[in-house]
Design a protein around this ligand. Sequence first.
Ligand SMILES: NC(=O)c1ccc[n+]([C@@H]2O[C@H](COP(=O)([O-])OP(=O)(O)OC[C@H]3O[C@@H](n4cnc5c(N)ncnc54)[C@H](OP(=O)(O)O)[C@@H]3O)[C@@H](O)[C@H]2O)c1
Length: 321
Amino acid sequence: MRKSYRIIPRHPTCQLPNRFEGQHVPSPRRVLILGCGYVGLELGRQLAAAGHRVFGARRSAGDDDRVRAAGCLPVVADVTQPQTLSTLPGRFDWVVNTVSSSRGGLDEYRAVYLEGSVNVIRWLSGAPPEAYVYTSSTSVYGQTDGSWVDESSPAEPATDTGRILVEAEQVLLRAAQERGFPARLLRVAGIYGPGRGHLFQQFIRGEPCGTGDPRRWLNMIHRDDVAGALKAVLEYGTNGAIYNAADNEPVTQAAFLDWLAQQLGRPAAPVSTITPTRPRKRGLTNKRVSARRLREEIGWVPRYPTFREGYAEELAALRLP
Ligand SMILES: NC(=O)c1ccc[n+]([C@@H]2O[C@H](COP(=O)([O-])OP(=O)(O)OC[C@H]3O[C@@H](n4cnc5c(N)ncnc54)[C@H](OP(=O)(O)O)[C@@H]3O)[C@@H](O)[C@H]2O)c1
C-alpha cells in the first residue's frame, strides 16, 4: 500500500531548484543502509534528520557508536553471507547498498558487488521494498577521449574490476525489467570530503601527484552530495533507471593541482612519473561525466557545485591550529 505524503521544508544537502520546491516528499520510512561506511553514515545522518527510521548495517559490531552517532540503529549483515541478511529486523521501505570492496582484488569485487547484489535481490524478493538504490561507479565508462558521457553512453570499461561493476548493474537492471525489482542505480564519481581525496592528500604530503596525462579530466563529488543524491533518488527516482552523480565541473588533473598550489601558496606539484603496475579504476580513462539527469529529473542540486567549494572546507580545516 502506498504511504501518505506530507510537505516538509527542503533539506540543505539536497537543495531543490524552484520548480521542485514545496513538492510532496515522503512520510517517514523504514530504511536499511547496507555497508554503512563513509557515504552510508552521512546518508543515515541525512535520512534520520528528515525523520526516517534508519538501520545501518556493517559486517561487525565494532563501529556501532559511529552508526548511533549518525542517528541510526546499528545492525550486522554481510552481503556475501546470505544467512546474515535474513537475520535483519523485518521489512524495509527503502534499502540502499553502499557496500564497498575496501580496495580488494578481483575476487572481493566479484563477491561484494556481483554476488552481493544477487544475494540481496534474492533476500528482498520475499518482501520487496519500494526502492532499492545501488551505488555503482562512473568507472564503468571506459572512454579515453575526454568526451562528455551521460547515462546513455556506452559503459564498456577496459578493466576487469569495471567489468564486474557492469555485470552487477546488469543483474539489477534485469531484475527490474523482468521481475519489477525496484532497483535504481547511482553511478558515483570520485568521492572526496573529510579525510578523503587521493590527489589532494598526495599534494598535501608533498608527494609526486597524479596518474597519466595531466590533461586528463577528473570527475569528483563531495561525500555529502553523494548522500544527498542517494536520498533524492530514493524519494524521486524511477525504478530501473540509472543516474550519474558528479559535481557540475569536471577539471583536468593539471588545473586541479594548480588550483591547490595557488590556494596553499605552494609551488606547482611535482608530477608523478610512476607508471601504475596495475590499472587504477579511473587511471586510464579520460571523460567528463554529466549528472544532468539527476539535476533535471530528480531536482538534485549539489551543495558543493565544484571542487572549489568542497575543497575550500578541507583547506580551511588544515589551517586550523
Ligand atoms: N570512493 C570512491 O571514490 C567511489 C567512487 C564511486 C563509487 N563508490 C562506491 O560508493 C559506495 C560507498 O563508498 P564508501 O567510500 O562509503 O565505502 P566505505 O567507506 O569503504 O564503506 C563501505 C562499507 O561497507 C562495509 N562492508 C564491506 N564489505 C561488506 C560486506 N560484504 N557486507 C556488508 N557491508 C560491507 C564496510 O564496513 P565493515 O568493514 O565494517 O563491514 C564499510 O563500512 C561503495 O559502493 C563504493 O564502491 C566509491
